[in-house]
Design a protein around this ligand. Sequence first.
Ligand code: ATP
Ligand code: MG
Length: 369
Amino acid sequence: MSSVVNDPQLNSEQPNTPADGEAKLSVQNLWKIFGKRAERIIGGEHERRPREEVREATGCTIAVRDVSFDVRPGETFVVMGLSGSGKSTLIRCLTRLIEPTSGSLLLDGEDIRQMSPAALRELRRRKAAMVFQHFGLLPNRTIIDNVAYGLEVRGASKAERHARASEMIEMVGLSGYESSRPGQLSGGMQQRVGLARALAVDPEVLLFDEPFSALDPLIRRDMQNEVLRLQNELRKTSVFITHDLDEALKLGDRIAIMRDGDLVQVGTAEEVVGAPADDYVRDFVSDVARIEVLTLRSLMRPARDDEPLDGPEAAPSTLAGEAVAAAAGATAPVRVTEDGRLLGVVGREDLLRVIAEDRAQAPAATAGV
Ligand SMILES: Nc1ncnc2c1ncn2[C@@H]1O[C@H](COP(=O)(O)OP(=O)(O)OP(=O)(O)O)[C@@H](O)[C@H]1O
Ligand SMILES: [Mg+2]
């Protein structure tokens, strides 16, 4: 057993891409171009040109350009990027709220792009529920009727939908507010209603488009914790869009970073922070304390002949920051082991180097943005 506890929230052990056939949701070569005769851009001379240039030359906006990724069952897949980078367009394309220009979308292997209007309605009602930034609640309905809305559309009886809605209201901590109206609730509470409404239909996939960006920082943190708790309990496959790197690191099993419609990097927090694909990504993660994100797996090295091997033991998924206390109290390096096998060691000097680099990068900050 490891002597240092791993942070289960980071899930940094997961490989970068799922094995074949393992995807819950598979997005391949997805394009969305706004404008007249948008499809002529794909395969044409402007295909890879910068978005602004394409807009000037053709009047078309490439919102999502040739994006591919797979989301595993139960995974929270975060999409980040600056304003206008194509995040909302991407997530709306997933259920064809926005019709993609090209590409393939598979849910459990089923082709979303081939679905009939009736099948699409089913998809949106039962399989993929969306939580929006501005809550999207019906102001004249009570909280319980808002939460039950998806079930009503589906034709469930009043007793059935109220039973389910009450359960969801309790789950998000809003018991007692069943008969209130949305306007009587704070922003954070309204977003809990939005969450309960999405969960009420027991969807297979949850789609979040910046659900917490309108909330105060403290309430936002509560909501993030709520989502983490629910994800631990329910393990829904989720796509979560955010501007906020802290939120991405906290919630995402993997993080995808978009710039001007392109997907520039997909990886675990550790991969994105430890090896940014380009300057744009490096800029995004520059304030992150790497000691809080990197794991011993990425820091370990073979033991030197002259090193004692009686140091504390830790799992490879242990965060560097969590190993600091153990390393500080020992003269021998931390032994990184898995199933009783020694994989490598991490010495005090290795951890200090990460701390020194963090300080050099962001002298005033210790973590996050
Ligand atoms: N209906 C539309 N018609 C034309 N252009 C659009 C349309 N919707 C979005 N765009 C353009 O597509 C690009 C991507 O927009 P999108 O809303 O997906 O970005 P975003 O990453 O969600 O931004 P934000 O963080 O501000 O929500 C932008 O350049 C935007 O102007
Ligand atoms: Mg958006």
